[in-house]
Design a protein around this ligand. Structure first.
Ligand code: F55
Length: 831
């Protein structure tokens, strides 16, 4: 409370709040101060890591100031807040991003250099914050950057995992996983709020009593209480003072060590309970697009949701507004079904704790929440056994049954006698045991449901959620096509291209308004500009070639066509089809004379990505890629026309090196399976062309950049069902080119073929569920078109420029404005 402060303190604070001059000298003073005090080191002993830490702490000081000012001004203005609930925030590194967003890069860069360090080396010391699996987690991070940059009063809520996504190493071509203990050294990007805690309970029972008004009230008495401790991660906007917050919860035992039990000789049990509490936020589940029904995962979800909602509700109560105003003050976005329990928790708070009537509470709840779906793959749909939910969260299970009852009563009223429809819409799946269908709960408890690209949003209305459209009408379902932040994915990852664009457009305005890149179109035939464009791409390819040499030992030629597929390894993403086509290419090259090979476009085919540790087939794909690479890379008879590389441990900071260096990237999922994809956007924004299927956001990228600048192939989403049916019930002959490749693998050309038979079997016994055979022919034709197009370097450069110029739509700023205007009804609030 500012008014009650000592005026002396206020005046000092105001002085502090005015940003000091962030020039080189001030930076260096702060750098040295942090080395000698924060790091307790001698100035005679500063290595790159200490230089990183001292720089980071200097930036952190700035962040904290802006963060404080932002929170202060939001408290005063009290606008409608946006809360983004995500179990994953795949932030990557923070230093370079903060330097660029705060506009400190130049001065601090000079300051660092002046002290004898190279900024690249200093930045390279930072470990990634890898609290996510892939697209969904990185999307959350891009959205936080846009929310901050556009001055929205937003908060992210997540978990502070002790271990992020595992580190991937290769052993004999196989993936092996290592723990990602990212907090090994201190983390300057978080502010521990050891005083901000929430008690979260589990288990126990529900007792009923009748209150003075004769109403039956429920009291949940848990038998296990765990403490959530807040850690705040400031997110600075670009070109604004707005600095928002991601609050990550860490689990701690409620009772510090129980001395009585220790004395009673129950030492082990006392310690064990302590450890179990800390277990909750210990590790990120490493599965993407796959549901694993582990009890600990459900505990993570409730722990996170309960702590976050408590925080949100507490902030609302402080304003003194009545509950009816809650949906005008609070918008909560559910990033997939993982936070769906928040719907139930808010209803519980309002009814059980605050004494609201059921209907009044439910109206508040449904006007507060909105839900984003990220997949239609059946194996990814979250469902939890009713007995598990009832045991861990007895009151929530009752509320879910009640929500379902009232919902189904409404359905029945509108569709009398349609028993079938009731079963299909029910939040409860009637199996043994019963299951809670989280997507159904999320739809019923939200006012809007969105998919993440046009095709995907249409598909959810016609497939997985079609019965809900029958009941609610289609207005409840909408599309918000994903976006990416141009700050990290161009400005930061590709500084040379960023500078070139800024120079030719005459300002950095494109970083705030990405559609202004369209002014690049007029330079697509400008000789001088094209030359510079090519120089930038070439230098990014050299940078990647060096990285590849260091991390795999393979030497690649930067003049070759760089063909890249980096993303989580999954059957639906079809890295298998890619490597099969590589074998086809290799065999064709071997059949050629050396004169014929002279005319061939040299290619470096680059893979990267992690497989879920328990996903056997995905791990075999990695092994196959490495086995093929080993044979191809040492075969001198093909004159360097082909190299194959698997880059280990793909993550955000590796992506920042890979993406700017691509000529072609592949986004080749079976049509209808990739909800959106976001790396496709990153590649094209950086002037890389794409080879892709008619799926996800590829379709909208195609619409924007035009037919001439993209290579599309394969069957369409609406053909998939029939094709699968054919595989199942008829004898569909395998594509002949594909058969040849299979024979080649089976001949032992790439090592013991028995290793790969489970993989080959997916095409035969497995009925080729992802339609590799059906798409193989058109895939190879598209590959040939790529080769032909690359021969005309001048035209390729023109295509590359037009790609970048036409990517304005895919800024996460555009996506966030759509959410704000169409879903949250939230306005910017500048500090
Ligand atoms: C992680 C855990 C579970 Cl239990 C389920 C899914 C995931 C996950 O990582 N999903 C994911 O990344 N989905 C992707 O979301 C992106 C952002 O919307 C899409 O672009 C992409 O198509 C989709 O697969």
């Amino acid at each position: 409370d500012q008014a009650s402060l000592d005026p002396k303190i206020v005046s000092l604070w105001e002085k502090c709040a005015v940003n000091e001059n962030n020039d080189k000298e001030n930076f260096q003073r702060s750098f040295v101060r942090h080395v000698t005090t924060t790091l307790a080191r001698s100035v005679y002993n500063i290595d790159n890591f200490s230089a990183y830490q001292a720089t980071a702490h200097t930036v952190r000081d700035q962040l904290i100031k802006q963060w404080n000012e932002t929170q202060q001004s939001h408290t005063e203005a009290d606008p409608k807040r946006v809360y983004y609930l995500s179990l994953e925030f795949l932030l990557g590194r923070s230093l370079d991003n903060a330097l660029l967003n705060l506009g400190l890069k130049e001065n601090f860069g000079e300051g660092v250099k002046d002290l004898g360090f190279r900024m690249e080396d200093v930045l390279d010391e930072e470990v990634d914050a890898a609290l996510g699996n892939g697209g969904l987690g990185r999307l959350a991070a891009c959205y936080m950057d846009s929310l901050a940059s556009l001055d929205y009063p937003a908060w992210g809520y997540g978990l502070r995992y002790t271990y992020g996504i595992f580190q991937q190493r290769l052993n004999d071509g196989y993936q092996v996983e290592f723990p990602d203990y990212w907090l090994n050294f201190d983390n300057p990007w978080e502010l521990p709020r050891l005083d901000v805690t929430v008690d979260v309970q589990f288990g126990g029972s529900v007792n009923k009593y009748t209150d003075e008004d004769g109403r039956v009230r429920h009291v949940w008495e848990g038998n296990d209480v765990i403490k959530a401790v807040a850690y705040d991660v400031p997110i600075p906007g670009y070109g604004t003072k707005n600095c928002i917050n991601i609050r990550l919860w860490s689990s701690k035992p409620k009772r510090q060590f129980d001395l009585g039990r220790f004395n009673a000789g129950e030492y082990e049990q006392a310690v064990q309970e302590q450890m179990q509490a800390e277990n909750i936020t210990a590790v990120l589940y490493p599965n993407d697009n796959h549901m694993v029904g582990k009890e600990l995962r459900l505990k993570q979800q409730y722990f996170w949701v309960a702590a976050s909602l408590h925080d949100i509700v507490r902030r609302f109560i402080k304003t003194g507004k009545p509950w009816s105003k809650f949906p005008d003050q609070v918008a909560i976005q559910l990033n997939d079904t993982h936070p769906t329990l928040a719907i139930v928790e808010l209803q519980r708070i309002l009814v059980d704790l605050e004494g609201l009537k059921w209907d009044e509470a439910w109206d508040i709840v449904t006007r507060t929440f909105a839900f984003t779906n990220h997949t239609i793959l059946p194996e990814a749909m979250e469902k939890w056994p009713v007995p598990m939910v009832a045991y861990l969260l007895p009151r929530h299970m009752q509320i879910i049954f009640d929500v379902n009852l009232f919902f189904l009563q409404k359905v029945e009223k509108l569709f009398p006698d349609d028993r079938d429809l009731l079963a299909k819409l029910s939040i409860i799946e009637e199996a043994t045991p019963q299951f809670v269908r989280m997507a159904h709960l999320a739809i019923v408890g939200s006012h809007q449901v969105n998919g993440v690209a046009e095709l995907h949003s249409n598909l959810i209305k016609t497939t997985i959620f079609k019965d809900f459209v029958k009941f609610y009408g289609s207005e409840k379902f909408t599309n918000v096509t994903n976006g990416i932040t141009p700050r990290r994915w161009l400005h930061q990852a590709n500084p040379k291209l960023g500078d070139l664009i800024t120079e030719v457009l005459g300002s950095k305005n494109w970083l705030k308004d990405l559609s202004s890149l369209n002014q690049l179109e007029k330079f697509a035939d400008d000789k001088e500009f094209k030359k510079q464009w090519v120089t930038v791409k070439r230098s990014n390819k050299v940078r990647l070639a060096e990285y590849i040499k260091t991390h795999t030992g393979v030497v690649v030629n930067p003049n070759a066509l760089f063909d890249i597929q980096v993303k989580r390894i999954h059957e639906y993403k079809r890295q298998f089809m890619n490597i099969l086509s590589v074998i086809h290419r290799y065999n064709s090259l071997k059949k050629m004379s050396s004169e014929e090979r002279c005319d061939v476009v040299k290619r470096v085919i680059i893979f990267g990505g992690k497989a879920a540790p328990g996903y056997y087939i995905a791990k075999l794909v990695i092994k196959l890629i490495n086995s093929v690479a080993e044979v191809v890379n040492k075969d001198e008879s093909i004159d360097d026309t082909l190299k194959v590389v698997f880059i280990p441990d793909y993550n955000v900071s590796v992506a920042e090196i890979i993406i700017p260096a691509s000529d072609i990237s592949q986004h080749i999922s079976t049509a209808g399976t990739e909800a959106s994809g976001t790396s496709n956007m990153k590649f094209v924004l950086n002037g890389g062309l794409i080879l892709g299927t008619v799926d996800g956001a590829n379709i909208e990228i195609h619409e924007e950049i035009g037919d001439d600048n993209i290579f599309m192939f394969g069957n369409l989403a609406d053909q998939v069902e029939d094709l699968r049916h054919a595989h199942r019930y008829r004898n569909v002959p395998i594509d002949p080119a594909l058969q040849e490749v299979i024979n080649d693998i089976e001949s032992g050309h790439f090592g013991d073929s028995r290793i790969f038979s489970p993989l080959i079997n997916t095409l035969t016994i497995g009925k080729d569920y992802y339609l590799i055979s059906d798409d193989f022919g058109s895939y190879l034709s598209a590959q040939n078109l790529v080769d032909e197009a690359y021969k005309n370097q001048d035209d390729w450069t023109r295509k590359s420029i037009l790609c970048t110029a036409r990517m304005g739509k895919f800024s996460s700023d555009r996506a966030i404005k759509e959410y704000a205007n169409r879903i949250w009804n939230a306005k910017p609030c500048s500090t």
